[in-house]
Ligand binder design. Sequence first.
Ligand SMILES: [Mg+2]
Ligand SMILES: [Zn+2]
Length: 212
Amino acid sequence: MVGKAGAIFLDRDGVINQNRIDHVKSWDEFEFVPGALESIRALTETGLPIFVVTNQAVINRGLVTVEALNEIHSRMLAEVERAGGHITRVYYCPHDSNEECTCRKPAAGMLLQAAEEYNLDLKQSFLVGDAWTDVAAAVAVQAHGILVLSGRGRWNFVSSWHRFGLDFSAACDLEDAVTMIKESLRGNPMPSTARLRGAFHMGLHPETSLVL
Ligand SMILES: [Mg+2]
Ligand SMILES: [Zn+2]
């Protein structure tokens, strides 16, 4: 019997595209994070399927229609393809925080749904996000959570550390996360948060590692 394989889950806002305080409501407002397309191509080359898992409460708050969100995602996927990468599917949670759904991160519903639909082993999977809620979803299913310190990540490191201690890794950005994932797939252990690459972007060389 062939064992289940892992997957790579990517948060969207703050990882693939820049966060906006007023939310991304149209393709015009969608701006790729520098290097994100190249990183997704590199992740595609690992052979693991890539899924986007994104909280989009803007839907149920009435700020963005489902049609507009679908258009943003189809254009995003087209740009990824044009850059030589491939995202298998985008999962989004439309619910607001007061709806108590099982898909809005920190809940792991979107990961569990993907695991069921694509026969994935979540323990061999990775989730890259810029919020403690991303780390929480990964921890809930024993996937490797990687908090990128780009986007809101810098401000989410302390909450993630407070909640999850050494149960996740911290990366400078998606490109750095790609390096970690590739190393892990080669059999090397994931670096814990104790090894902070980029040292919080405090002006140190990106290769600098800090031991806390
Ligand atoms: Mg995010
Ligand atoms: Zn939901």
